[in-house]
Design a protein around this ligand. Sequence first.
Ligand code: SF4
Length: 344
Amino acid sequence: MRYKSCHLIEHGISLDVDSIKACCLSREFNKGQLMIIPYYDNNKINWKELFEIKRQQRQLQKQKDLPACEGCYNLREDDWDDEDYISYINFDHWSQCNSNCVYCGVSRLKPKTKNNILKPIKELIKLGKFKNTGEITFQGGEPTILKEFDDLLKLFIKQQTKIRIHSSGIKYSNIIKEGLKKGNTTIVISPDSVYKETYKKIKRVDKSNQVWDNIKKYRHHLAPLFNELVKVKYIIIPGINDTYEEVTSFLNKIKELDIKSIIVDVEYTYANKNINNISEHIYILMDYMENYACENNISFDMYDSAIYASKNRTFEKIQDFSSEKIIEQINRYKVLNSCKNIKY
Ligand code: SF4
């Protein structure tokens, strides 16, 4: 049937520490996330109940956008099937990490983990209710330090589904290496700076060299056909790494390591607070990265906050990418916008 919906309303789950939602998207205006089961315990998932709730949500979405999904960029008109199955799983059920990023939204005040998520996931597969047509994502917390991570990854590598892992890059993982070699696993690492001191300021751990070495090692295992599977992210953090020098050194490093995919995002709390009022210098830095990627045959993507910032953009795309012009414009807008929650 044709109607407006999204792949996650239809066939997605996001496993949080306590609850199961349809997605984990950071939404503007704090609309919350589409809840399926508010509390699940003992690492059990009642799949029958879950599919019943998802069916009801799909019915409601056919009539009108679900409140949690209003305005989401993932909504689109399509011919959606009416089957009960899961093809998108986001693993977000633990909060332990080996980094301590200033922008982290994961609460570590009460570190919790569901320790046996593997069991219900195996049940889902056994029930024939998992289809490998979507994507498995790991968010967390740091996936590589999760007890069941290797087993979960092996399971989905065997299912031949697409996998995307968000990692700090501090711990090198042999099972990720296997997934990269097979060509169905993507790793996203966000060092946010090449400079050791800036990295330390953002991550509050002193692991910059280790992370860039691991990026290099992961990149080394990619076959030419899969060379975009190592993605390096840059979160623009106002007052910390939002300078021409920082971004230029990042782009130079990307080129040096022959990385073929970069992702840009804007720090979540800044973007959320200033969504209609993003400082123009942030857009200039995004334009600069996009132009550099295009000129160097590197794929360029944006994550949620950068997408929302771009949707609300009124500032014209810059055309002159000479360093003098970019530096002059960044400085001008930083001064003009110094009242807009930009820390120096
Ligand atoms: S918030 Fe967006 S991505 Fe999440 S379930 Fe709703 S429409 Fe889909």
